[in-house]
Design a protein around this ligand. Structure first.
Ligand code: GYE
Length: 390
């Protein structure tokens, strides 16, 4: 499935560095990005219903650099309902969670790979409830359809932490707290970059765009697609030719791109909603005898994408991908920190968004501005890629 073999197993030193980052502002070894950390947006507050009262763990509290209290919370049984193994991003996310909640760190982790099927995740959560886990961590395939099973978890008094993607439930007390990406912002930033890039290159003619969407109904798809659709509405020369899901996989991304290329001979920009779809799209473009790259005036097809895995950034360095908007999968240490805080009876923000960067080897745009905030574009070099752990 993967285009390139990349090391998903974190080295001991890297894992140690990540764990040492708990409670401080860095959970990633990447110099240009923080993983699950700094930028937090609070919409409401919550506490874990049973966390403080049933602290079966060895709750070792230490003061972190920013003087918040960090509890290691080892000794707990954690159920993790993972989406699947559809992408390099997902593999890195799984590795981060498994490394953090390892036996060596004193945890029992019940891990379930749902193969991108919500019904499998619902079954997994019911199994976690039966096994009386201390916490359920849910990375939901899609946003809707969680009310019943989350009510069951609540009735069993098991706190649920939603990670990466979000849930859309009628009663937000059905989960304790959430941490993830602001996917609409990712889409907005990518489109602000496209706007600035076209301006920098003096391109005012019609720009024909195709969108290879993620799994329909997943937060990552909803936000990224919405960002593009909003930008298309705001630009009279942006023409969205087609939108089709590539289900966040390389194989489906390739298939969708092949079909787009058969239907349209005027594609200028491919907006792939993750790296793996971009890899598939690049293969399809090359197989059709066309070239990928940023010179759209001269017939190249430009590929923009999301995730910024090492494999994605490697393609971005050679110009096959022109922009890669980061989405950071290293959630393990941050989840451990959050659980530790819940164990200590702390109140956590209901929603925490993580900070994310953007990467391009093309330096004609150095920053974009979205809703009054500036976001720098990191000029991609081999050392930027080498400094990343996924
Ligand atoms: O972009 C994609 C993965 O939910 C952010 O899911 C995640 C997305 C990520 O399959 O590669």
């Amino acid at each position: 499935m993967k285009k390139k073999i990349i090391s998903m197993v974190l080295t001991t030193a890297m894992a140690a560095a990540m764990l040492a980052g708990c409670g401080s502002s860095t959970a990633s070894t990447a110099t240009t990005s923080t993983a699950a950390s700094a930028a937090t947006t609070s919409t409401a507050s919550s506490t874990a219903s049973k966390a403080a009262s049933t602290a079966t763990s060895t709750a070792t509290s230490t003061a972190s650099k920013d003087s918040s209290v960090v509890t290691t919370a080892s000794g707990l049984k954690i159920g993790f309902a993972q989406v699947g193994a559809e992408s390099d991003w997902r593999t890195a996310c799984t590795a981060s969670v498994k490394d953090t909640f390892s036996e060596a760190n004193g945890f029992t982790l019940l891990f379930d790979d749902a193969q991108q099927k919500q019904e499998n995740q619902i079954t997994a959560i019911r199994n976690f409830i039966q096994q009386e886990v201390d916490y359920i961590v849910l990375d939901p395939v899609t946003e809707t359809g969680w009310d019943t099973v989350l009510q069951e978890a609540k009735d069993a008094d098991i706190p649920v932490i939603v990670v990466d993607r979000q849930v859309d439930v009628s009663d937000d007390s059905l989960y304790t707290c959430a941490i993830g990406s602001d996917f609409k912002l990712e889409g907005d930033k990518a489109c602000a970059w496209l706007d600035a890039f076209l301006t920098a290159k003096g391109i005012t003619d019609t720009v024909n765009i195709v969108d290879i969407q993620g799994t329909i109904g997943a937060s990552a798809q909803i936000g990224r697609t919405q960002g593009l659709e909003d930008a298309v509405k705001a630009h009279s020369n942006w023409n969205l030719l087609a939108e089709t899901t590539g289900e966040f996989t390389q194989a489906k991304g390739q298939e969708v791109m092949e079909s787009f290329l058969k239907q349209y001979d005027n594609i200028n920009v491919v907006y792939a909603e993750n790296d793996n779809e971009a890899f598939g799209a690049i293969d399809a473009i090359k197989a059709a005898g066309k070239t990928v790259g940023s010179d759209i005036k001269n017939g190249q097809i430009m590929v923009m994408t999301f995730d910024s895995t090492k494999a994605g950034l490697t393609d971005a360095l050679d110009g096959s991908i022109t922009l890669d908007t980061e989405c950071n999968p290293l959630y393990g240490p941050k989840l451990q920190e959050m659980i530790g805080q819940l164990q200590a009876g702390k109140t956590l923000d209901k929603m925490t968004y993580i900070d994310e960067s953007m990467f391009s080897a093309d330096t004609s745009v150095t920053k974009v501005t979205v809703s009054g905030t500036d976001y720098p574009i990191t000029a991609l070099t081999q050392s930027v890629i080498d400094s990343r752990s996924y």
